[in-house]
Ligand binder design. Structure first.
Ligand code: KIV
Ligand code: ZN
Length: 406
C-alpha cells in the first residue's frame, strides 16, 4: 500500500447554520450578523457555508452575496428548488464567490409528491434532470438533495439520485428531513445509495443531513459516515427546523474522541467550537441549554462528590475530553487566603449566583480543595462546587468565562 492510499479520508463539513438554522423560530439574523458569523465559520474551518435560500427573500439573496464576497477560502452554497427561476437566482447570488456551490433539492417521498409537489414520480425525475443540468451549466459545483429521502421508496430514491448524478451533481445528499430515521436504517440507506447509485464514481460525495426530532441527528449522521457518507451537514448548537439539525460540535467531537471508530480527517479547529457556539448564542434569541453536550454550561461540571473525587484523582475518570480541547477558557486561579473569597464571590455573581456568607464559606472550602489539585478551574467547575439548593435555583445564564484574579 503506498502513502496516498494510507491517508485517512476526509469528512466534508457543510455548515447550514445560516440557512436551515436561521430559518427556525428565534434564530433570524441581520446581514451584518450573518457575515460576521460566516467569518467565524471560515475560521473554524468548515468546508462549505450554506448562506441562504436565494429566492426566499431579498434579505437572503443579499446575505448570500455578502458572505460570498467576504469568505474567500471556503465554499459558499446557495439553496434552490429544482425550478428554473430558483436555480438562476441561486447562481446570481453566487456570482462573486471564490468557490460557489448551487445546492438544489426536490422531494422524493410519496407523501411530499402527492400533497406538496402534486407531481408524479416521472414529473419529478424530469424536473430534477432539467434543473440539475441547468445548475451545472451555471456552476461547476452542484449538490442535489432528495428531500424526505428517509421516507422515500428506496428504488425511487436511487433513481432520482442517479438522474441527478448523471445530470452533473457531484454531491448527493440524503436528508432525514423530518428526523424519522434510525442509525441502523440510515446505515442501510447510505450503503444502498453507494452500491446502486455511486458505484465506482470516485468524484461523487454522498452527504447526510439529519434533523433531531427523535434526538438521533448526530447518531444518524455518524451511522451515515460509517456507511460511506463523506459530507455531514450540520449547524452550530444544533439550531434548525423544529428540534434542530445535527450539532456540528457534537459530530466533530464524536469523530475526534472516538477516532478509534472513525478514522477520518476533517479540517475543523476544535478549539474554536466553544467561542463559535457562544457567538451564535449571543445573536439568536436563546442560549445554549446547560446540559448541552460539548458547549453547555454544565458539559464539564462535576457535581456529585464521587465524580469530583474521581476527577481530582485523575480527570480521565469522568472526562473523555478536556474543556480546553473545545475552547472553553479556563480560570487560572491564584488564590490568596483572604482575597480568594472575594474573587470567588464576584465571579459567582457574574455567573448569576448570589451567595450568603455561609454559602460563600462552604463553596470557598470546596474551591480551595479543588484548586489545590486541579491546575485549571473552569466556570463549570465552580458551578459544580455550589451548595445544592443554589444550583437548583440558578438562573439559566451563560457564563462569561473570564479569568478570576486573586
Ligand atoms: O431537511 C431538508 O431536507 C433540507 C433540504 C433542503 C436539504 O433542509
Ligand atoms: Zn434540513
Amino acid at each position: 500500500m503506498n502513502k496516498a492510499e494510507n491517508k485517512a479520508e476526509k469528512i466534508v463539513i457543510f455548515d447550514t447554520t445560516l440557512r436551515d438554522g436561521e430559518q427556525s423560530p428565534g434564530c433570524s439574523m441581520n446581514l451584518d450578523e450573518k457575515v460576521g458569523f460566516a467569518r467565524q465559520l471560515e475560521k473554524l474551518g468548515v468546508d462549505v457555508i450554506e448562506a441562504g435560500f436565494a429566492i426566499a427573500s431579498d434579505g437572503d439573496f443579499a446575505a448570500i452575496q455578502a458572505v460570498a464576497e467576504t469568505c474567500r477560502t471556503v465554499k459558499v452554497a446557495s439553496l434552490c428548488r429544482t425550478i428554473e427561476a430558483d436555480v438562476v437566482r441561486a447562481a446570481e447570488s453566487l456570482k462573486n464567490a471564490a468557490f460557489p456551490r448551487i445546492h438544489t433539492f426536490a422531494a422524493t417521498s410519496d407523501i411530499h409528491l402527492e400533497f406538496k409537489l402534486k407531481k408524479t414520480r416521472r414529473e419529478v425525475l424530469r424536473m430534477v434532470e432539467e434543473n440539475v443540468r441547468l445548475a451545472r451549466e451555471l456552476c461547476d459545483d452542484v449538490e442535489f438533495s432528495a428531500e424526505d429521502a428517509t421516507r422515500s421508496d428506496i428504488n425511487f430514491l436511487c433513481e432520482v439520485l442517479t438522474v441527478a448524478m448523471e445530470a452533473g451533481a457531484t454531491t448527493l445528499n440524503v436528508p432525514d428531513t423530518v428526523g424519522y430515521t434510525t442509525p441502523t436504517e440510515i446505515y442501510e440507506t447510505i450503503k444502498t445509495v453507494k452500491e446502486k447509485v455511486v458505484k465506482d464514481r470516485r468524484d461523487i460525495t454522498i452527504s447526510t443531513h439529519c434533523h433531531n426530532d427523535l434526538g438521533l441527528a448526530v447518531a444518524n449522521s455518524l451511522a451515515a459516515v460509517t456507511a460511506g457518507a463523506r459530507q455531514v451537514e450540520c449547524t452550530i448548537n444544533g439550531i434548525g427546523e423544529r428540534a434542530g439539525n445535527a450539532a456540528l460540535e457534537e459530530v466533530i467531537m464524536a469523530l475526534r474522541v472516538r477516532a478509534d471508530q472513525f478514522q477520518y480527517e476533517n479540517s475543523i479547529n476544535a478549539a474554536l467550537l466553544y467561542p463559535t457556539s457562544q457567538m451564535l448564542a449571543e445573536m439568536v434569541s436563546f442560549g445554549v441549554q446547560p446540559n448541552k453536550a460539548i458547549v453547555g454550561r454544565n458539559a464539564f461540571a462535576h457535581e456529585a462528590g464521587i465524580h469530583q473525587h474521581g476527577v481530582l484523582s485523575n480527570p480521565l475518570c469522568y472526562e473523555i475530553m478536556t474543556p480546553e480541547s473545545v475552547g472553553v477558557p479556563s480560570n487560572d486561579i491564584v488564590l490568596g487566603k483572604h482575597s480568594g473569597r472575594h474573587a470567588l464571590k464576584s465571579k459567582l455573581v457574574e455567573l448569576g449566583y448570589e451567595l450568603s456568607a455561609a454559602e460563600i464559606e462552604e463553596t470557598y472550602r470546596n474551591f480551595t480543595a479543588l484548586a489545590d489539585r486541579k491546575k485549571k478551574i473552569y466556570d463549570q467547575d465552580l458551578i459544580g462546587l455550589l451548595p445544592l439548593a443554589l444550583k437548583n435555583n440558578a438562573a439559566q445564564t451563560v457564563g462569561t468565562y473570564e479569568l478570576i484574579a486573586a
